[in-house]
Structures are given as structure tokens and as C-alpha cells.
Design a protein around this ligand. Structure first.
Ligand SMILES: Nc1ncnc2c1ncn2[C@@H]1O[C@H](COP(=O)(O)OP(=O)(O)OP(=O)(O)O)[C@@H](O)[C@H]1O
Length: 661
């Protein structure tokens, strides 16, 4: 045992060893412990039997004990009662002979016999020695503190001259005038301490390992429990403990079948390959996976993992979203839709009702009437609020782009397809809401693909043959009269019915009346004025706005609320110019501003004309330019330099115009 490394590794906590013993053994233990400074923290407990057990438990609760050193009957009792590794002070052959020799030297001629007291049963070693060498030692047995005194009486009666005995009996014999030698030698106590140090280090390493494992298990969102071959819980994490409804400590060591019969149902079947089931636990539906734990090629237990499908779904959605930030922020809620009029009330009330449903909504209204605002509001008030809201404008993208944007594509689907493919918006909006703005502009081919998504609840990426299941609520919007498009064969009838399960007609600003216009305008003024500091006082701004609104009575608001918003911004920007003390000048200037706004609105309307219309305009313009270039070229007999001079364009532009189309 001398080879034990007694130095503690720097930075490591010292093992906590507790020695237990009263009387003489206690004193030996304490004296040896003094030389263990810096190797282990040794605490001595001077108690026996039940008292010793109580004190050890209290100490362990205060600072975990890594190993115990105990001796004799009391030691055996402590070992039975606590779950701490124990090193017993052993009586070995040579030590025993030494003790007997020391005792023999203390006998007198009238009382020449040496007695040996052992706990519970006579020492078998001594019986062998006696048989071999004829030592003539008288053996006595005691069973506990209660009969120690009776044992000393027996020693007396047997005329024993000196005795080798455990601590209590040795002390009592000494008091009764019988010389006594402690059964446990100093060497035996030292040896037990060395053994305890090894046990302690082992336990500490095991504790560190368990702590590490517990940290790993604790980090898992799944509930995990490991059982042994008998079905006893050997390890589990906090998540599993919460599913089982008890603290981790209360579950350790218990039979899993008793704690949760449902987890053990059909457990033994096919464990070798592992199984997967759906179970009901703690009022949840969970996916339960069982895998065997092997030891030396045989099944020594099982690992059970309970996974919440919501966690799988969340991970799935994160994967699908693939870091897509688009539409991540939902800015509006239903109550942001302002207005006191009946129209505004009806819209808000309808939106709340639609939020409670999961059906597809078709929002119809002119540009700037708040269609997207309401789509966001419905999403935010729906059960999908915490899930993504993704928006796409079907009129803003060319057909092929819109297709890959919506449906995604597989790697190699077409030349230039991104490696690993791309997740489409429909997939990315899984569990959330997809807002399809300007649905009326969706090309017919894509309408068919969208219909399939709505009917089958699955999406097929471009270039793929495997459908991916999706759970998406669609809210579509259009400024066009979809029913009319259907009649003209420009929109699929079946898709129209699928989309228009719930309908919402957004009122234009002119339908909402002057009172609502004023409410909205003042609210917007408040919002914008708060954004920045303006040179005109708030009250004067309010007066300017009222005057501007009075001038606008009867105006058609083609750009609806968005146009009104622009008015307010312009009012703020031109505030210092408008804010004249003279009422007539003020009105004159406001009229200027109003006319500019109206003109801006008209030109914006043109800008915002559907893409196809714009494309048609572009084509017509290009055709006209090409014709003009050809005409001039003909007139100068193909002299390009001269044609460029006449047209006032560079040679490069001339070539580009000729090549167009
Ligand atoms: N009732 C309302 N209360 C407050 N703000 C509104 C209201 N209606 C519309 N708005 C504002 O008008 C602007 C346009 O709204 P939104 O984009 O939702 O309209 P839209 O009908 O979807 O327009 P488009 O068809 O051109 O996309 C937004 O800034 C929105 O905040």
C-alpha cells in the first residue's frame, strides 16, 4: 500500500474521509489522521452504532463524504446503514500475533492465559494458529455495546491474565483490572486509511463523471432515462423527472414500471433493434424511443428518450426557415387599423373572427387600404402568432423567380441552382402564415401548383419528386376583381374558391368618410411628429392639417391610406413654408401642396401598375425606339455616325436599340 500517491493534485478538492470509532481505536485513528494533512480532509466521529450512523449522515449532508474508515461491530453496523464506500480496519494474521504477544507479556504466573475477544464469531485465523502451535488462547465473543460488560465478566471468570479486544471491551477490561491490548494495530488503521483514500478518489471521479453526464443530460430538451436490466432507474434528466412528476432524487433507484407503467408497456419487445412509439405522458403526446444498453455483448439495460413533437416541429421550422429573415417582423395588429366609422368597426370585428379560424382568407381592396396590415393583424391574433408570417408580392416577380421563391428548388433543378437547393416561402412558413399579395397577378401555371399545396397540404420543390408536408395558413390579397378574372379565364376557378373561404373587402378611403380620414390623418401626424423634431409647433401643425383636410373634401384618395400618409409627411416637411400668419396665403400654399400630392399620387399609381402592364409599356416603347432608329438609318443610307448625330445618341446606344427585342 506504500505506493499510494498521497499528494493531492493542485487545484483539486481534497477527498473527505470520515473515521468512526470510540475509545482506544478512536484515539489511534485521530493520531494517524494528523499526518494526512494536505492529502485528505479527515473528520473523526467519536460515536458508535446508531449514534455513529446519525452523525455520519449529518456530516454527509453538510459536505459529501467520499469514504469511511470503521472498525469492529459498530463499524459493521455503520457499513450496513449508509451508502458510502467503507474501509474496515481489518485484523490480519501478523498483527493479531503481535497483539497476542504483547498481551502475553502482561500476564502473570497465577493468571497465565491470554484472552481474545472478537465481534460476533471467534476469529477463524486464531483457531488455525491455536490448532497449529497450541497457543492456548481463550476466545470470547461479544455482539454489541450491550453485552460488552458481560463479556468482561466472562474474562474475569475465566481467570484471563491479559486480553486482546476491540476498543470498548479493551477499555472496560482495563478498568476492571485486566491488562488489555487493542485488537486493531496502528498498522491496520493506517492500511484502512490508505484503502479509504483509494475508495474516495474512485468515488470522486465517479461523481465528476456523473456531474458531467448530468450537465449533458440536463441540456437536452428530450426527457431521458436509463434503466438497468431489472428496470430500475439508474440515471435520468430533469426533463424526464418533470414528465414523471417527481424530483430527480426521488426517482433514482426506483422501478420505472412502478413510476410510469406507460413507459414500460411493450418494453421487452424488439429492444435489441430499438423501438419508437407514441405515448401519452403528463397530458402530452410524446414520441418514445427505446434503445438497448449493451455490456459485454448482452443487454444490460435500456435508454428511453421522450421527445415532444413540438420541439421537433420547432427545429424543423428553423431548418426550413434556413435563416430567412424575410417577413420576420409582424408590425401590425388588428387594433392598429384605425377609424371610428362603421366600416372600420366591421373590418376589425371581421378580422378578430377570422383570426379564430384557420381557413384561407381572401382580402380584396384597392392599393393602400391596409390589406397587408389586416393580414398581419389576423396572423398576430391567431394561434399561429408565434410562428412565421411570410409575405410575397406575386406581381413583383417574373414567373420563374416567383416559382422558385414560393416552392423552392432542389440542388441541380436548373442551371445556376444553388448547392443544397433552396427552401421556398411555403415551406419556410410551415406552421405559420403565408401572405400572397396581388394574387390576381399569379401566372396560371403557378396557380395550379398553389392549388395543389392548398389541397394536398404538401409542397413539391422545383426539380423534386418528393412532396414535403406543410401546415400553412394562406391569406391572399388582391386589388383586382378576382371573380371577374375567373370569368375571363385569367384565374383558376377552383383556386378562387379555395382562397375565398373567408372574405374581407377593404373599404377605400373615400368610402370611409371625411371623419375617418380626419381620425387617421391626426393619428398619423402624431406618429410622424413623434419620429423627428419639427420646426413648427404641434398645435399649429394640427391647425394646418385641419385646413388641408377641409380643402380635400370630396377628393377621391386614389392611393388610399398610404396616400394620406404621404400627405402628412409632406405637410411636416413643408411646415415652415405653409405656416404663414396670413390665412389666405396659408390656404394658397396648402393648395399648392395638395395639388403636388395629388400629382405625385397619380404618377405613383402609374408606377405601381401591375408588372405585366409595365412590361407591355416597356415593350411598346422599345419597339417605337427601334422603328425610329431604323427609319433614320434608312434616311441617311446606313450612315451610323450621321444617324447618331440626328438622334442625339451614342453609337453604343444605337447598337443596343437595334438589338433590343
Ligand atoms: N385603417 C388604417 N389605420 C392605420 N393605418 C392604416 C390603415 N389602413 C392602412 N393603413 C396604413 O396604410 C399603409 C398601407 O397599408 P397596407 O400596405 O396594409 O395596404 P395594402 O392594401 O396591402 O396596399 P398594397 O395593395 O398597395 O400592398 C400602411 O402604412 C398602413 O399602416
Amino acid at each position: 500500500m506504500n505506493e499510494i500517491e498521497l499528494e493531492a493534485a493542485p487545484g483539486h478538492r481534497l477527498p473527505h474521509i470520515v473515521t468512526v470509532g470510540r475509545y482506544r481505536i478512536g484515539r489511534v485513528m485521530q493520531s494517524i489522521a494528523q499526518s494526512w494533512d494536505g492529502v485528505a480532509q479527515i473528520t473523526h466521529v467519536s460515536a458508535s452504532f446508531a449514534d455513529a450512523v446519525r452523525t455520519v449522515r449529518a456530516l454527509d449532508a453538510r459536505r459529501p463524504i467520499d469514504a469511511l474508515v470503521v472498525a469492529g461491530a459498530s463499524g459493521a453496523h455503520v457499513r450496513e446503514q449508509v451508502e458510502i464506500p467503507v474501509a474496515m480496519v481489518e485484523v490480519r494474521g501478523l498483527g493479531l500475533l503481535e497483539a497476542l504477544m504483547t498481551a502475553k507479556q502482561q500476564t502473570t504466573p497465577d493468571r497465565p492465559r491470554v484472552g481474545l475477544v472478537s465481534f460476533d464469531a471467534p476469529s477463524p485465523q486464531l483457531m488455525q494458529f491455536d490448532a497449529l502451535f497450541g497457543l492456548g488462547v481463550a476466545q470470547f465473543v461479544y455482539h454489541g455495546a450491550e453485552d460488552a460488560a458481560a463479556c468482561v465478566q466472562q474474562l474475569r471468570a475465566a481467570n484471563v491474565g491479559a486480553v486482546v479486544a476491540p476498543g470498548l471491551v479493551a477499555d472496560l477490561a482495563q478498568q476492571a483490572g485486566i491488562p488489555s491490548v487493542l485488537l486493531y494495530s496502528e498498522a491496520a488503521v493506517r492500511q484502512a486509511l490508505n484503502e479509504a483514500l483509494l475508495l474516495a478518489r474512485h468515488r470522486m471521479a465517479e461523481r465528476d463523471r456523473n456531474q458531467w453526464l448530468e450537465t449533458v443530460l440536463g441540456e437536452l430538451q428530450d426527457g431521458v432515462v436509463a434503466i438497468d436490466a431489472q428496470g430500475r432507474i439508474r440515471a435520468l434528466n430533469a426533463r424526464m423527472a418533470s414528465l414523471l412528476g417527481e424530483p430527480v432524487e426521488a426517482l433514482h433507484g426506483r422501478m420505472l414500471a412502478e413510476v410510469s407503467p406507460v413507459l414500460m408497456q411493450g418494453h421487452s419487445q424488439n429492444l435489441q433493434e430499438g423501438t419508437e412509439d407514441v405515448v401519452q405522458l403528463a397530458m402530452r403526446t410524446l414520441v418514445l424511443r427505446r434503445a438497448p444498453l449493451m455490456e459485454n455483448g448482452a443487454v444490460a439495460g435500456a435508454l428511453l428518450v421522450c421527445r415532444d413533437p413540438a420541439v421537433i416541429q420547432r427545429a424543423d421550422r428553423n431548418l426550413r426557415a434556413n435563416q430567412r429573415q424575410r417577413g420576420a417582423g409582424v408590425r401590425w395588429s388588428i387594433d392598429d387599423f384605425q377609424g371610428h366609422g362603421a366600416c372600420a368597426h366591421r373590418i376589425r370585428e371581421l378580422a378578430h373572427r377570422y383570426a379564430a379560424s384557420d381557413a384561407t382568407v381572401l382580402v380584396q381592396g384597392e392599393s393602400g387600404t391596409g390589406k397587408e396590415m389586416m393580414a398581419q393583424g389576423i396572423h398576430r391574433a391567431s394561434r399561429r402568432a408565434a410562428q412565421p408570417f411570410l409575405a410575397v408580392n406575386c406581381a413583383a416577380l417574373a414567373e420563374s423567380l416567383l416559382e422558385s421563391e414560393l416552392f423552392g428548388y432542389d440542388e441541380g433543378a436548373f442551371t445556376g441552382a444553388r448547392r443544397g437547393g433552396k427552401t421556398g416561402l411555403i415551406e419556410a412558413a410551415h406552421t405559420g402564415t403565408l401572405f400572397l399579395d396581388e394574387i390576381g397577378d399569379m401566372p396560371l401555371a403557378l396557380q395550379s401548383r398553389l392549388l395543389r399545396v392548398l389541397q394536398e397540404r404538401e409542397v413539391m420543390r422545383v426539380g423534386s419528386t418528393t412532396p414535403v408536408p406543410v401546415d400553412v395558413r394562406v391569406i391572399a390579397a388582391t386589388h383586382a376583381d378576382l371573380a371577374d378574372l375567373v370569368e375571363r379565364g385569367l384565374f383558376r376557378r377552383d383556386l378562387y374558391y379555395r382562397l375565398a373561404v373567408l372574405r374581407m373587402g377593404m373599404p377605400s378611403l373615400r368610402e370611409r368618410g371625411q371623419a375617418d380620414v380626419a381620425t387617421l390623418a391626426h393619428a398619423m401626424l402624431g406618429r410622424h411628429a413623434g419620429d423627428t423634431s419639427h420646426q413648427v409647433q404641434p398645435l399649429r401643425l394640427e391647425r394646418l392639417l385641419d385646413e388641408l383636410l377641409a380643402l380635400s373634401a370630396g377628393y377621391g384618395w386614389p392611393g388610399n391610406v398610404r396616400e394620406l400618409d404621404n400627405w402628412i409627411e409632406r405637410l411636416l416637411a413643408c411646415g415652415p413654408y405653409l405656416d404663414s400668419e396670413d390665412g389666405a396665403t396659408r390656404r394658397q400654399r396648402l393648395l399648392e401642396v395638395f395639388c403636388e400630392c395629388a400629382a405625385a399620387s397619380r404618377s405613383r399609381e402609374e408606377d405601381e401598375a401591375p408588372l405585366q402592364q409595365q412590361a407591355r409599356l416597356r415593350d411598346t416603347r422599345q419597339q417605337a425606339e427601334r422603328d425610329r432608329v431604323r427609319e433614320v438609318l434608312e434616311s441617311v443610307q446606313g450612315d451610323q455616325k450621321r444617324a447618331c448625330e440626328i438622334l442625339g445618341i451614342s453609337r453604343a446606344t444605337l447598337w443596343r436599340r437595334l438589338k433590343q427585342g
